[in-house]
Write a protein that binds this ligand. Structure first.
Ligand SMILES: NC(=O)c1ccc[n+]([C@@H]2O[C@H](COP(=O)([O-])OP(=O)(O)OC[C@H]3O[C@@H](n4cnc5c(N)ncnc54)[C@H](OP(=O)(O)O)[C@@H]3O)[C@@H](O)[C@H]2O)c1
Length: 316
């Protein structure tokens, strides 16, 4: 990989894509390509093929997807399965057709079976039933992993998939209708603090365990995969440590400075009881996360406060 290699980052305006862009720029990469969804709708097969044929990137990093939490997955199952398959299929197929040398596909830890042993090893893929609240998204992601694996097997190309655990950080989505648990909590605690430390109601029992990785560490993992020819087709990316949703809430409550009550609404779904990645494969190759959890939460909250005006327009 040269510093002037043409690298197309699909989804470069998103949380992960923008972190990859920033990190590559800092590392001196000079030939990055990014297009917004308004200029290129990745669901449009012909438009994607024309774009890849014209631009001929050497590498594609696919960080474009329809992403969301339990609520959004539950309300829009068709969009979650279909749009994700369209976006990734169009990119992967055009990459193969037009000679893209390397393709890095980003999936998600929800591809693993709901009741798989913990921590989740890559080999557990397709060994059991998925978590029903996000199976639409998970099935789309599994087809992306398999398409890249098939290209690797059949054509010997360096197409691979990284499975991130739950990510958070700067440029996260703080819209309560579509956000993931961590930014949703951060916004709720912040607004409750502003509202005289009003009680905060959170979904579920607080007992499920989750792992969280700061987005800059994810970007570093992507760049590690970019700069090295990794021997396998699928790698988990995480911290290897998890905490309960209750511990997560208490950490965010402390960092936002909220002193009010936390109410757990146990009538709402908890999702998978535990989701911890086994990250032995990435560790053995030499990648490891750098940002500790409280430090990452503090950085995210600082960014949230600096950008608060843009969230005020988003309805709660
Ligand atoms: N966030 C997490 O916790 C998490 C965890 C595991 C895996 N991942 C994976 O990481 C990747 C990036 O996630 P993220 O959190 O960065 O998501 P994000 O902030 O929502 O960004 C997604 C990006 O995808 C682009 N996009 C969506 N639909 C598109 C379309 N039809 N045409 C063109 N572009 C489209 C958007 O472009 P515009 O901004 O231009 O509209 C947006 O920048 C995804 O593959 C996701 O599955 C995320």
């Amino acid at each position: 990989m040269n510093k002037d290699s043409k690298i197309y980052i699909a989804g470069h305006n998103g949380m992960v894509g923008s972190a990859i862009w920033r990190t590559l720029t800092v590392k001196g990469y000079t030939n990055l390509l990014g297009v917004s969804s308004a200029a290129l709708d990745l669901r449009n097969q012909q438009a994607v093929a024309d774009f890849i044929a014209a631009e001929k990137p050497e590498v594609i990093i696919d960080a474009a997807a329809r992403v969301g939490g339990i609520l959004a997955n539950n309300d829009y199952p068709y969009q979650f399965i279909m749009e994700n398959m369209q976006i990734q299929n169009n990119l992967i197929d055009s990459a193969l057709k037009f000679g893209v040398e390397k393709f890095i596909f980003l999936g998600s830890s929800c591809i693993y079976p709901k009741l798989a042993p913990q921590p989740l090893k890559e080999e557990y893929l397709l060994t059991g039933t998925l978590e029903p609240t996000n199976e639409w998204y998970a099935i789309a992601k599994i087809t992306g992993v398999k398409a890249c694996e098939a290209i690797r097997k059949q054509f010997g190309k360096d197409y691979l998939s990284l499975m991130p655990t739950n990510l958070y950080g700067t440029h996260d989505n703080f819209d309560l209708n579509t956000s993931h648990v961590l930014p949703a909590m951060m916004r709720k605690f912040h607004e409750a603090k502003e509202n005289n430390h009003a009680p905060v109601t959170l979904w579920g029992s607080g007992t499920p365990m989750r792992e969280f990785l700061f987005v800059d560490d994810m970007a570093a993992a992507v760049i590690f995969a970019l700069e090295n020819k990794l021997p396998d087709y699928l790698y988990n990316v995480g911290t290897g440590k998890d905490l309960t949703i209750k511990q997560l809430a208490e950490t965010i409550q402390k960092i936002t400075g909220h002193y009010g009550e936390i109410i757990w609404d146990a009538s709402k779904p908890d999702g998978t009881p535990r989701k911890l990645m086994d990250i032995t494969k990435m560790h053995e190759l030499g990648w490891k996360h750098q940002v500790q959890f409280e430090e990452g939460i503090q950085k995210t909250y600082t960014w949230f406060l600096e950008n608060i005006d843009r969230f005020k327009e988003v309805k709660m």
